[in-house]
Design a protein around this ligand. Sequence first.
Ligand SMILES: [Zn+2]
Length: 398
Amino acid sequence: MKKTVTILFLCLVAFGTQAQHFRPDAFPPQEEPLAPKSLTMATTLDEMYQWNRYPTYGVYLEMMNHFVETYPDLCHLDTIGTSVNGRLILSLVIVGTATTDIVRPNFFYSSTIHGDELTGFYFMLRLCDTLLSSYGSSTDITNLLDRVNVYINPLANPDGTYLNDDNTVANSIRYNARMVDLNRNYPNPFGADPLDDIQPETQAMIDYANLHHFVMSANLHGGSEVMNYPWDSFTSSERPHEQSDWWKAVCQRFVDTCRLYNQRAYRSVNREGYIAGGDWYVIYNGRQDYFNYYHNTLELTMEVSNTKKLPTEQLSRYWNFQSHSLINYIKEVLNAPQPSHVEVAPCLPANFRVYPNPTRGKVTIETPEDIRTLDLTNQPSGLYLFRIEGQPVKILKL
Ligand SMILES: [Zn+2]
């Protein structure tokens, strides 16, 4: 029997009842409501390329697609999933054109899981542009992109950023559309209580991590300036991360390079500019610990600006003192310590078949139980993730 595949981002949506644990970044005491002029919006791509504004949701989508149109040999766009309100969670995949037999590690940057922490969103768009436009002219960046597959998700919580309005970030909030904190929404390691309210944005990210093995990643936030390395669920004396020494060295390099350009950078939490998460504030169900524990991904939490909704006139200054560190952090993946156990999820469960190549038209997915039809005719190209019979399935539409 044939039937249409059900897209499985329909997850359990009951609100959680467990206690919430907030970092200080939930309540930056100095933050005042900003005058509208401080959050100037780019309403065209040309305005966005002046790099002194935040994009409207439409300009954000336009820019991500523009990268692919301008650099088709260097990048493609994945759709990680969709938000509660149907906005896209996108990832730009940047891969250099050099042919090599060496397996390139996958590196992942993701920002703004808290929808009102806007600086990283801007950073990631500017980083995409810098990497792509420098390939072939900068030896440093060319070598990097020829050795590492770089995945960049600028906006993990689009409903929180564009609350009720695609044309402004002034209303942005921490939570998703169901008022759930997405960085308290991941399965917690070490046998903690299971979650019963995993949100569509979280499930999509879990599926994306299942389908790629990210060796190293970072999740960008705002509200402080500090590099927060694992674990978040424990203090370092209770349970140090097995790579604590490596993390400290990576963080030290990041902060030192920022301070070459701005001596006052990364001083809001402590003198070092980095800290084991639990020593700052213990939280549970964050993405960092989930990625480290369940995926062997070396992920840390970057708090990149003391002000969450950084005024647009300050964006370029922040970029200028952190951009070198952000690029250097990607390079760290080439010397990342090997975890003792790595699990790589296949694109398809072994007993599933998909045909034909889903460039256009309908796709047939054959499982041991069923034959299903999926129609991507009117959908844009990119990666689509589904669950069929409980198994993650990846379809790349070219
Ligand atoms: Zn945050």
